[in-house]
Design a protein around this ligand. Structure first.
Ligand SMILES: CC(C)CCNC(=O)Cn1cc(-c2ccc3c(-c4nc5ccccc5[nH]4)n[nH]c3c2)cn1
Length: 263
């Protein structure tokens, strides 16, 4: 592939590094999202080898709820990623617009997210960076994990959003700098579910990061009255301090709250 193969259209948004454009492959007319990264940026971020690894992982993934990476190419100054175009854009913009989702809509998204995580875990890929900002919506409104994994271990840098993963989605074991495994994605699924239903993440403490860390480590969870008992039950089964006690993904798919809206 080369840039000449594409008609490049409007910017779609800014990814972590680089910008994404609507583009059409000239021969087929196929619409894609073309992400353009500057090698200079990558070099200073020392992430070119992470990028290569992410590209390696993502190019082998095929799942309806994981955004496809169709291919990539580069020229003297830039790297180009040919990504699937998600027809309904960024999920977090919907969340901001509606401030919170209905239980029906949340249950559909959580079921789709669970399916994608089951697929990833079977391939021994830990996502590590689940949050609304990384989720896109396909043309039929289906959820698509848009960003890939978190190449670097989330450094607990003081800023709200570490280089990888926002603070809000970190599980206790990561906040406490202990070892972690794929069960970090179960915790993040619980945080995501809470944020869909309530509109804000469960342990957010606008006063300081330290306060947020504390709330995470103590699992200081308060679920508002308007959240149904079944939904609250699933949230509590995922947001467990002990990773081994978190509800496994196949059990999430069989939870009454999920079955109620995904029959
Ligand atoms: C392989 C590895 C390096 C990671 C690959 N993933 C990324 O680079 C993460 N990423 C995905 C995007 C992205 C952003 C927006 C879109 C869109 C999209 N569709 C839209 C519809 C309406 C309004 C905005 C839209 N953005 N489709 N596909 C996208 C893909 C940006 N960064």
């Amino acid at each position: 592939w080369s840039l000449e193969d594409f008609d490049v259209g409007r910017p779609l948004g800014k990814g972590k590094f680089g910008r994404v454009y609507l583009a059409r492959e000239k021969r087929s007319g196929y619409i894609v999202a073309l992400k353009i990264l500057f090698k200079s940026e990558l070099a200073e971020g020392r992430i070119e080898k992470q990028l290569r690894r992410e590209i390696e992982i993502q190019s082998h993934l095929r799942h309806p709820n994981i955004l496809r990476l169709y291919g990539y190419f580069y020229d003297a100054k830039r790297v180009y990623l040919i990504l699937e175009y998600a027809g309904k854009g960024e999920l977090y913009k919907q969340l901001k617009k509606y401030s919170r989702f209905t239980e029906k809509r949340s249950a559909k998204y959580i079921a789709q997210m669970t399916g994608a995580l089951l697929y990833l875990h079977k391939k021994h890929v830990i996502h590590r960076d689940i949050k609304p900002e990384n989720l896109l919506l396909g043309v039929k409104g289906e959820l698509k994990i848009g960003d890939f994994g978190c190449p670097l271990k989330p450094t607990l840098s003081p800023s709200r959003t570490t280089l990888c993963g926002t603070l809000d989605y970190l599980p206790p074991e990561m906040v406490e700098g202990r070892d972690h495994n794929e069960k970090v994605d179960l915790w993040a699924l619980g945080v995501l579910m809470y944020e869909f239903l309530v509109g804000v993440p469960p342990f957010e403490d606008p006063s300081s990061n330290r306060a947020t860390y504390k709330r995470i480590a103590q699992v200081d969870l308060r679920i508002p009255e308007f959240v149904s008992a079944e939904a609250a039950d699933l949230i509590r089964r995922l947001l467990r301090h002990n990773p081994a006690e978190r509800l496994p993904l196949d059990h999430v798919l069989r939870h009454p709250w999920i079955l109620k809206f995904n029959s």
